[in-house]
Design a protein around this ligand. Structure first.
Ligand SMILES: Cc1cc2nc3c(=O)[nH]c(=O)nc-3n(C[C@H](O)[C@H](O)[C@H](O)COP(=O)(O)OP(=O)(O)OC[C@H]3O[C@@H](n4cnc5c(N)ncnc54)[C@H](O)[C@@H]3O)c2cc1C
Length: 410
């Protein structure tokens, strides 16, 4: 057998990369290896529909499981890769088998950050996989109480889904407000108000002292002396890149697996993409970032496939993510840190967008909130302005009558 392309991690990024190799004309062996029992599926529904809908949805497949065999992709599920031998150019699976590679992609993703003081218990959960979501879903019912530790995206989406299913929800956040990372205060306030209107208790600026399980309940002791009681605690305090394989193989790390603009690691035959890697972003002066968002994982999967085939293309996409809570959708394009000013543009029905500008007037990022996809088109146009390093006049950005499309053409 000719050595082919091997992908470790059958998530969004790994799944997309496997199909992209075929779409880009590679006809040699493609092997995708994932430790989860499922074929690649999308994670965003896990905190949304999978928890909130009356009928349990099956995983939202990256591609239907039968398509892998149809496209000649060997998808090995339920098996982890335990080592990479860079000299022999093989990966070793947990069952002892080895698979040779010509080029290797690490798409190992991220895992929830663990809270050291939390006990191992069925009533203390984390949310990353479909299996995690099923375990949490079983607790979401009227009369049950849920404590969410961490007021970030996953915790807040979970809170919204739990309210939809009738559970009582308290969110405990150590920072003075929810969504401190990556979301402007004005937008966080809209989201906080919406949660409060649904009866969610948002408890910000409060530290944790201990978590314990007794008699079928979880007791959460706060540093100010109060103890909360819940049927289930879910911890959502961020995620960490999965880098152990890369580290053991001696690849360079830097807040994840360090790759260059073509997603190559410090070994030119090994690439890394998606949540597990940090990369230089040319549109922000080559600043190294690591993103944990759905579109980036898919885009980088396709880019990694192209570059495994020797195309040498550089990352050019603008970071973008969204979050759905109740009927509200938040969208953020670009990176706002480093912005000197923000300008507000009102959109229909109370929706609005904040444009974040650098000292020199360059548009760095745009964050919008509104019902459904009301801000989607303008955020898409903002993304194009960001990609062009445009310097639109603040007064024009603030004026809803001035079409962003016109600013793009200017
Ligand atoms: C609950 C939830 C909700 C989200 N909602 C949104 C959203 O609304 N908007 C948004 O933009 N993003 C969202 N995201 C983020 C988005 O889903 C991720 O950015 C994306 O899944 C990353 O894809 P990935 O393939 O890089 O990593 P992952 O999806 O983490 O996949 C990596 C896979 O590799 C496997 N793996 C790791 N090590 C090994 C090994 N040694 N051997 C074999 N397999 C291995 C893992 O088990 C995993 O299956 C959400 C994430 C979660 C968890």
């Amino acid at each position: 057998m000719t050595d082919g392309m091997v992908i470790v991690g059958a998530g969004e990024c790994g799944g997309r990369a496997a199909f992209a190799l075929r779409d880009q004309g590679f006809d040699g062996p493609v092997t995708l290896i994932g430790e989860e029992a499922h074929h690649p599926y999308e994670r965003p529904p896990l905190s949304k529909d999978v928890l909130s809908s009356d009928e349990l949805p099956e995983p939202k497949w990256v591609s239907l499981p039968e398509r892998f065999a149809e496209r000649g992709i060997a998808c090995i599920t339920g098996t982890s890769v335990r080592a990479i031998d860079r000299q022999r150019k093989t990966v070793e699976l947990a069952n002892g088998a080895t698979v040779p590679y010509a080029r290797l992609l690490l798409a190992t993703g991220a895992q929830p950050r663990r809270l050291p003081l939390a006990p191992a218990s069925e009533r203390v959960a984390y949310l990353r996989s479909y299996t995690d979501a099923l375990a949490i879903r079983a607790h979401l019912k009227p009369g049950n109480s849920l404590a969410v530790i961490g007021g970030g995206f996953i915790g807040l989406e979970l809170a919204a889904s739990a309210r939809k299913r009738g559970a009582d929800v308290t969110v405990i956040e150590a920072q003075p407000r929810i969504l401190m990372r990556g979301v402007p205060e004005e937008i966080a306030e809209v989201i906080a108000a919406r949660h409060r209107a649904e009866g969610v208790t948002l408890s910000c600026g409060r530290g944790l002292k201990s978590i314990a399980e007794r008699e079928g309940k979880v007791f959460i002791e706060l540093t100010d002396g109060e103890t909360l009681q819940a049927d289930l605690a879910v911890i959502g305090i961020g995620a960490q890149p999965v880098t152990a394989l890369a580290e053991a193989a001696g690849l360079a790390l830097d807040n994840g697996i360090a790759v260059d603009a073509t997603l190559a690691t410090s070994d030119p035959d090994i690439f890394a993409a998606g949540d597990c890697c940090s990369f230089p972003l040319a549109i922000y002066g080559g600043r190294r970032v690591r993103l944990e968002c759905w579109r980036n994982a898919g885009d980088q999967g396709a880019l990694a496939a192209a570059n495994m085939l020797g195309k040498g293309e550089a990352i050019s996409s603008v970071p973008w993510f969204w979050s759905d809570q109740y009927e509200l959708t938040l969208q953020v394009a670009g990176l706002a840190d480093g912005a000197a000013t923000s300008v507000r543009r009102d959109v229909a029905g109370g929706a609005f967008i904040l444009f974040h500008l650098a000292q020199d007037g360059r548009l760095l990022a745009a964050s919008g909130i509104g019902q459904g996809n009301v801000v989607a088109r303008d955020i898409r146009l903002a993304e194009m302005l960001i990609a062009k390093a445009a310097r639109p006049a603040a007064a024009q950005l603030a004026q809803p009558d001035v079409k962003l499309k016109a600013l793009l053409a200017a």
